[in-house]
Design a protein around this ligand. Structure first.
Ligand code: PGA
Length: 249
């Protein structure tokens, strides 16, 4: 069965709640495709107004982060129940910015992934290498390590429904998109790694995105690759250009 594309915006720490409503309203008529799942991952405080604004459209609102405990003394964190209570179905886990600035590790990523599945939230699991790692030729080894730890104790059924976002750190927010060949090579390696951990059917079902300076000019070629099932889009998701990315064909 063909995999449905999934194109997700990652707003990062941008947009106040009122700006969020405005942006959803601007983008709503531009992203009406049936061919792809369209997800806007937004700051926690924007989730409720964005869901309201997106009503009646095909836009699904996701979160950018979630904690791995149910509740309690974790000042500043968002629990899975808080997300599901308002209808959130996707959450970005382990973005490289969270790993770099907020000390997330492969182990905490794994805990969050397990917790998201426990609550029926689809994790968008991020992985990616630094420029040094790429230059040293250890990209695939590094990504395989990230994937193997992220999926510890995740069942095949859960893995089949997961989304992985391959985002080379050197391509994020830099305007330097990975070449189509580089992106396809790593996304293929991720699928092979999933086949090794689970089986061919799980590998064939899991959706793998590319992220890192995706824009209206690069989306079509990237998303046409056999192992690239859409994108995780930062900067360009805040602009009408996101409509062009969603309608890349
Ligand atoms: P970018 O961000 O598209 O602005 O490079 C992508 C991401 O960090 O998810």
């Amino acid at each position: 069965m063909a995999r449905k594309k999934i194109i997700a915006g990652n707003w990062k720490m941008n947009m106040t709640p009122s700006e969020a409503v405005e942006l959803v309203n601007t983008l709503k008529p531009l992203v009406t495709t049936e061919d792809a799942d369209v997800v806007f991952c937004v700051p926690a405080i924007d989730i409720i107004p964005a869901i309201e604004a997106a009503k009646g459209s095909n836009i699904q609102i996701g979160a950018e982060n979630m904690y791995y405990e149910e509740k309690g003394a974790f000042t500043g964190e968002i629990s899975p129940n808080m997300l599901t209570d308002v209808g959130v179905k996707y959450v970005i886990i382990g973005h490289s910015e969270r790993r770099e600035y907020f000390a997330e590790t492969d182990e905490t990523v794994n805990k969050k992934v397990l917790k998201a599945f426990e609550h029926g939230i689809t994790p968008i699991i991020c992985c990616g290498e630094s420029l040094t790692q790429r230059e040293q030729g250890i990209t695939i080894d590094w990504i395989r390590q990230q994937i193997k730890i992220a999926f510890l104790n995740v069942t095949a059924e859960q893995a089949a429904s997961a989304v992985v976002a391959y985002e080379p750190i050197w391509a994020i927010g830099t305007g330097k998109t990975a070449t189509t060949e580089q992106a396809q090579e790593v996304c293929k390696a991720i699928r092979e790694c999933i086949a090794e951990i689970y089986d061919d059917a799980t590998a064939a079902a899991i959706r793998i995105q590319y992220g890192g300076s995706v824009n209206a000019d690069t989306a079509a070629e990237l998303f046409a690759q056999p192992d690239i099932d859409g994108g995780l889009v930062g900067g360009a998701s805040l602009k009408p250009d996101f409509g062009k990315i969603v309608n890349y064909k």
